[in-house]
Design a protein around this ligand. Structure first.
Ligand code: CAA
Length: 380
């Protein structure tokens, strides 16, 4: 057993930390207020290799491992969780899905651009009536010989208004249930594909979340991913890796809020001394640190499982369940340590507290993670 990071991992972590502090920090409050998408920063993250972290260099990616992905996600999320979810969805849902299950033509046409940040991708599974219950897809894709015709609505789609490539899950044969679901590559601008209203959100407001409408969208047959009927398994397998990304995002929100709280507690004075010298605050810091380290171990274990080629369905669900709880609870504590200043935007922790909530919801709610974990325990 080795808990140490390699020299290369440390360099990658430092590069992400440096980028987050020098590029993401500036304007993060304004992007949150105005719900503005960081277009320029996405390009810069592409140049740094953050949009295709685990993708093979032959497709334009950085060829790094899942541990590196987690380190980058944590550092970006410490400063700007809106930017990090753009990275997470592009990497672990879209690039991973295409690289693992796409054809060579699909990889050449789409992955090479997604991995460099030239394109941004979105993953379209959720619907008005199919959130947690993901097999209940109402969106249909009817086989017309050389193409499919897609009709339906997708909800809460991250990168929804800003993507070039959309992986869309749809029902092709209702009688076959989840075995009659397929995944398709839909391009921005295809006739009948409309980007609906942008959501006005509690947190991660700098990310772009939309409803999408598909009205008789003709998608060539070569845009189907995998064998006929593979779509639901595609979504499940892809989401297992996605959950590692969101767990790392939650870890970053928690550790970022903790670092701010620690710093503040060493500067702010009350009753004649820095507040970290009061046991009420010191014990909070100790509890925060222990919880964050416990989350870190689960997140790293899930990434390690992925790197080792082990099954990571259970470990990614555990990491996401726990890290998102830690992010929520410890960001509230960070606000509390900041007192009145914690309620003010310029101190950042109130935004982190708002951003933390979504990590308990997207890519499977905490309740869904418990379904995944308990089923794997019972199955043995
Ligand atoms: N890998 C491979 N196959 C899997 C799998 C996995 N991890 N998990 C399930 N499957 C297979 C099952 O084996 C089964 O296939 P067979 O019948 O052939 O054996 C099939 O999928 C159906 O599985 P279940 O019977 O377990 O299906 P279920 O209806 O009970 O649902 C669920 C399972 C885990 C609850 C699933 O519906 C789920 O994960 N729901 C949450 C969806 C979700 O995470 N949504 C997030 C939206 S995306 C997002 O948020 C992105 C963003 O923009 C940030």
């Amino acid at each position: 057993m080795d808990f140490g990071l390699t020299e290369e991992h440390l360099m990658i972590r430092d590069a992400a930390r440096d980028f987050a502090r020098t590029e993401l920090l500036d304007g993060v409050i304004e992007r949150d207020e105005k719900q503005s998408f960081p277009d320029e920063l996405v390009k810069k993250m592409g140049d740094l290799g953050f949009m295709g972290i685990m993708v093979d260099p032959k497709y334009g990616g950085s060829g790094m491992d899942a541990i590196s992905y987690v380190l980058i996600m944590e550092e970006l999320s410490k400063i700007d969780a809106s930017a990090s979810v753009i990275v997470s969805v592009n990497n672990s849902l879209v690039c991973y899905g295409l690289e693992s299950y796409g054809t060579e033509e699909q990889k050449q046409k789409y992955l090479t651009k997604l991995a460099t940040g030239e394109f941004v991708g979105a993953f379209c599974l959720s619907e008005p009536e199919a959130g947690s219950d993901a097999t209940s897809q109402a969106t249909t894709a009817i086989d017309k010989g050389d193409h499919y015709v897609i009709n339906g609505t997708k909800n809460w789609i991250t990168n929804g208004g800003r993507s070039d490539v959309y992986l869309v899950i749809a029902q092709t044969d209702r009688e076959k249930g989840h075995r009659g679901i397929n995944a398709f590559i839909v391009e921005k601008g295809m006739e009948g594909f409309e980007i609906g209203p942008k959501e006005d959100k509690l947190g991660i407001r700098g990310s772009d979340t939309h409803t999408l409408q598909f009205n008789d969208v003709k998608v060539p047959k070569e845009n189907r991913i995998g064998e006929d009927g593979f779509g639901f398994k595609f979504a499940m397998k892809t989401l297992s890796g996605g959950r590692i990304g969101i767990a790392a995002q939650a870890l970053g929100i928690a550790s970022g809020a903790y670092e701010l709280a620690l710093k503040y507690s060493k500067e702010r004075k009350a009753f004649g001394t820095e507040i970290c010298n009061h046991q009420a605050i010191a014990f909070k810091l100790a509890d925060m640190f222990v919880e964050i380290e416990a989350a870190r171990h689960l997140v790293m274990k899930a990434a390690w499982d992925k790197d080792q080629g082990n099954n990571y369905d259970q470990s990614s669900a555990m990491a996401k369940l726990y890290a998102s709880k830690v992010a929520m609870e410890q960001s509230v504590e960070a606000v509390q340590i900041h007192g009145g200043n914690g309620f003010v935007k310029e101190y950042h922790v109130e935004r982190m507290m708002r951003d933390a909530k979504i990590t308990q919801i997207y890519e499977g709610t905490s309740e869904i993670q418990k379904i995944v974990i308990s089923r794997s325990l019972i199955k043995g």
